[in-house]
Write a protein that binds this ligand. Structure first.
Ligand code: AMP
Ligand code: MN
Ligand code: MN
Length: 333
C-alpha cells in the first residue's frame, strides 16, 4: 500500500469487504454540488449492495443534477430524512471533508455505528472511523470498482454504467495524467460486461442545455490572462445565474476550455454564489504546480491538478487574493 497516503491509517479492501459482509444496513452519501464521480460512486456501490440483498439508503442533500438524471437508479437517491436513519454503516464517497456532505446528511447519518470514508482527495484528513483514501486514483469510482471486483460483490448494469460515468467525468474523458493502465483496463472490462460506450457518452457529453452555451458566451467575455499568459481566469456574477436561469451543474467542466489554451498553466473560475460567497475552481496543467496547496491555504481542498475553495466575497477581493497567491507560486517555478 506504499502508493497511497502514509499519514492516514488505510483500511484494506478485505477489511471493507468484511464490514459489508457482516452488516445488513447501509447509508451511502457523497458531496454537495455533486459531480459525476460523486453520484456515480454512490449509485455504483449502492446498487451493488442492493443486489447483495442489503438494506441501502442513498441520500443526497442537493439531489441528482439534471445532467445525470438519465442514470439508471438515479430515482433511488433521496433527500436526507429529518430524523437520523438507524443503520449499521454510513459510507461517505468522494468527499474531501466531512462538512461537504451537507449538514442535513451528516445529521441523517449520525446514528450509524461505523463511518467509512472512501475517497481520492489528497486533502482528505481521514474523518471516518475507517478510511480508504487513495490520491493516486483518478476517481472514487475506480476505488469502488476495485472494491466490488476484489470482494466479488455483485456488479449489476446500473453499477457498471455508474462506474464508467464516475471515472470518465473525473478524468476529463480518460485524458488527465492520473488516468492509468488500470483505468483503461477498468473501462475495457466494463465494455466487455455490456456497457454501451456510444450511448452513454452521448447522454453524458452531447446533451447540454442551450443555456450552458449562453453561459459560455458570457464567460468568454470576462476572460483575462495574467502572468504572461500562464494564468487564464474568467468569472460569473450571480446576476448571470438569474438571467440565464442556470442550475449549478451548468458550469461543470467549462473551466477545461481555458485550461486548454496553449501556454496556460493554471486556469481559474470565480463564481459569485447567491449568498455572496465566492466559489473558486482551479485547474493546473503543470505537474510541478499544485493548486491543492493554494486551495488548502485559503480554506479549500482537492487534488494537485484540480482544486476548489469556497471563500468570502466580494468577488474582487477573492479574485485578488487567489490570483496573487497563484502568481507568487508560479514565479518560483
Ligand atoms: P471543482 O473545481 O468544483 O470541480 O472541484 C475540483 C476538486 O476540488 C474536486 O475534486 C472537489 O471535490 C475539490 N473541491 C472543490 N471545492 C472544494 C472545497 N471548498 N473544499 C474542499 N475541496 C473542494
Ligand atoms: Mn467529486
Ligand atoms: Mn472525484
Amino acid at each position: 500500500m506504499s502508493e497511497i497516503s502514509q499519514t492516514i491509517l488505510q483500511t484494506s479492501f478485505d477489511e471493507i469487504g468484511e464490514i459489508i459482509r457482516s452488516h445488513q444496513s447501509f447509508i451511502i452519501m457523497s458531496h454537495v454540488r455533486p459531480d459525476g464521480d460523486a453520484i456515480g460512486s454512490q449509485l455504483a456501490l449502492g446498487c451493488s449492495l442492493l443486489a447483495a440483498n442489503k438494506t441501502v439508503r442513498m441520500i443526497h442533500q442537493d439531489g441528482v443534477p439534471e445532467n445525470l438524471a438519465f442514470m439508471a437508479g438515479a430515482e433511488l437517491i433521496e433527500p436526507p430524512p429529518s430524523e437520523p436513519i438507524l443503520a449499521d454503516v454510513a459510507i461517505a464517497l468522494d468527499t474531501a471533508a466531512k462538512p461537504r456532505l451537507g449538514d442535513a446528511v451528516i445529521h441523517a447519518a449520525s446514528k450509524a455505528k461505523i463511518w467509512l470514508n472512501i475517497d481520492h482527495h489528497l486533502s482528505n484528513p481521514g474523518y471516518g472511523d475507517l478510511n480508504r483514501i487513495d490520491p493516486t486514483s483518478p476517481a472514487t469510482g475506480q476505488i469502488i470498482y476495485q472494491l466490488i471486483t476484489s470482494q466479488k460483490l455483485p456488479l449489476p448494469a446500473a453499477s457498471r454504467d455508474a462506474i464508467y460515468i464516475a471515472v470518465s467525468t473525473d478524468t476529463g474523458s480518460f485524458q488527465y495524467p492520473s488516468t492509468s493502465a488500470e483505468t483503461y483496463e477498468l473501462a475495457a472490462d466494463l465494455v466487455r460486461r455490456g456497457l454501451e460506450v456510444g450511448k452513454i457518452n452521448t447522454q453524458l457529453y452531447d446533451s447540454y442545455p442551450f443555456r450552458r452555451i449562453e453561459l459560455m458566451r458570457r464567460l468568454l467575455n470576462s476572460l483575462e490572462r495574467h502572468a504572461d499568459g500562464r494564468i487564464a481566469a474568467w468569472e460569473m456574477r450571480d446576476q448571470t445565474r438569474v438571467e440565464l436561469e442556470l442550475v449549478p451543474d451548468d458550469s461543470e467542466g467549462l473551466i477545461d476550455l481555458i485550461r486548454a489554451i496553449r501556454g496556460v498553466e493554471v486556469a481559474v473560475f470565480f463564481e459569485e454564489l447567491p449568498e455572496g460567497k465566492i466559489r473558486v475552481s482551479m485547474r493546473s496543467k503543470n505537474p510541478l504546480y499544485n493548486v491543492c496547496e493554494i486551495a488548502v491555504a485559503l480554506g479549500g481542498g482537492g487534488h494537485a491538478l484540480a482544486a476548489g475553495i469556497r471563500m468570502a466575497g466580494p468577488l474582487e477581493t477573492a479574485k485578488k487574493l487567489v490570483l496573487d497567491a497563484i502568481k507568487n507560486q508560479l514565479a518560483k517555478i
